[in-house]
Design a protein. Sequence first.
Length: 135
Amino acid sequence: SRRADDRAVLERQARERYERLLGVFMEGDLDGAREGFLAFLMKFPNSTRAPNAQYWLGECYYGKKQYQEAIRAFERVVVKYPDSNKAPAALLKKGYAQLALNKHQQAKATLQDVVKSYPQSPEAQKASDRLSHLK
């Protein structure tokens, strides 16, 4: 059907754009990547890559030490895409951003949430390790 064709084209465009933006991020152009991921999320909100784009948006802010924005971006991954494979990492990084802002109680709750919500994830292990140093 034409609709399925259109969806496939859109998904391919989204994938290509996403891969390009990830490259921009990996090269260290955090501002360029941030702008790109924001535009990506406007253009492809329902793409299978949207949760990842939202996650990397958080990493752009985190990398610039804009922790408050990072927390919001990571939160959005967990709220909007709780079943995404990026959800555990987003929750973990939200906790790290809270620690960076010296919000230790909030960070502790977030890290405990990682362990509780995604017990089998590698992120749960990292969260446990970090929690053991927070005592």
